[in-house]
Design a protein around this ligand. Structure first.
Ligand SMILES: Nc1ncnc2c1ncn2[C@@H]1O[C@H](COP(=O)(O)OP(=O)(O)OP(=O)(O)O)[C@@H](O)[C@H]1O
Length: 312
């Protein structure tokens, strides 16, 4: 099975808070993988590192077998590793000799970037825009649609963004032929996600469940190979959650999509996830199939028991 995403020893520290602590996980082609855990466990922070919003304190992220996010040691780690032993950051990823050159280059580049961005501890590396262009697309906990645009235009602009990474040029007209081709693709996509009948309505006039669907459609418009969904069922009632569960399954099938999702609705997760990673206080406490996770005592103590109590 081809590997799509590899998160290797990622640590993300904000001052004294270790939001993600030495996380290693992977997602393979065609899989639906869930990242679960209590509030504040570090799930969204992990997404932010994966999508390039934060440069991690340590570790790296590889996407389609290319390393896209490298470590930028800060705080205590920076002091511990400062300039003395550049290969230490990456030595854990393989035989030292093989990595020495690569690690040294990465270290030099990291130093250069640090100098260039000396004003910031958490350098974008590379920017989320660039990561999107490489084939990763994401939705957020809070719906972020372009409110004054129609359903159709929300998807069309997202499609243009994939090409330009720039909202200004994305809104400009392309040449007629290209524009027509993109419009046809948007229509096709809206059909596939069941939003064709509301294509001319304002995005914000849609019911909640459809706004979520539109957000996912907009992410799909960038032709990603990996779709990251951050609490897609947040605020949904059981019926809407059930429809969303089916919808995510259809996306995998119809778009041959690989999906990584964060979710608190355990029905949805246990229904569609092939594998689950469980975070607690930033640390990975378990990984496995839904069956394995449901019967894992540590996960029940830290999280599932609490979720069930809250649902009762
Ligand atoms: N930018 C930041 N600056 C400082 N601390 C942060 C920052 N982002 C997250 N944190 C802290 O990191 C920890 C993990 O937060 P995160 O939002 O990743 O958790 P989560 O698992 O996504 O939680 P939830 O399920 O509530 O969304 C929390 O203690 C949070 O307060």
């Amino acid at each position: 099975m081809k590997n799509v995403l590899k998160v290797e020893n990622v640590t993300m520290q904000f001052g004294g808070v270790v939001a993600v602590d030495n996380l290693t996980m992977e997602v393979n082609e065609g899989e639906i993988v869930a990242l679960i855990g209590p509030n504040g466990a570090g799930k969204t922070t992990a997404f932010n590192v994966i999508t390039g919003v934060y440069a991690p304190t340590n570790g790296r992220v590889c996407f389609n077998e290319k390393c896209i996010v490298r470590n930028h040691p800060t705080g205590k780690m920076k002091k511990a590793y400062k300039g003395e032993e550049p290969t230490m950051y990456t030595a854990q990823f393989g035989p030292r000799e093989a990595l020495e050159d690569e690690a040294l280059k990465a270290w030099k580049l990291a130093q250069k970037e640090r100098d260039e961005y000396a004003f910031s501890d958490h350098v974008l590396s590379p920017t989320p825009d660039k990561i999107t262009v490489q084939g990763m697309a994401r939705t957020f906990q809070n719906i972020r649609l372009w409110k004054t645009q129609t359903v159709f235009d929300n998807v069309l602009i997202a499609k243009h963004l994939r090409r330009t990474s720039n909202l200004f040029t994305a809104a400009l007209h392309l040449n007629g032929k290209e524009e027509a081709r993109q419009r046809a693709e948007v229509l096709e996509l809206l059909k596939l996600v069941g939003l064709e009948d509301v294509k001319d309505e304002l995005a914000t006039s849609l019911p909640y469940g459809k706004q979520r669907r539109l957000e996912i459609a907009r992410a799909l418009a960038t032709n990603p190979t990996l779709l990251l969904l951050d609490e897609p069922a947040a605020g949904m009632n059981p019926q809407e959650t059930l429809e969303l569960t089916e919808f995510i399954g259809e996306i995998r099938k119809n778009f041959h999509m690989t999906i990584l999702l964060i979710e608190h609705h355990m029905d949805l997760v246990m229904d569609i996830a092939d594998r689950i990673y469980v975070l607690d206080f930033g640390k990975l406490i378990a990984q496995g199939t839904p069956e394995e996770i449901q019967s894992n005592e540590r996960v029940i103590d830290a999280y599932l028991g609490v979720v069930e109590d809250a649902e009762d």
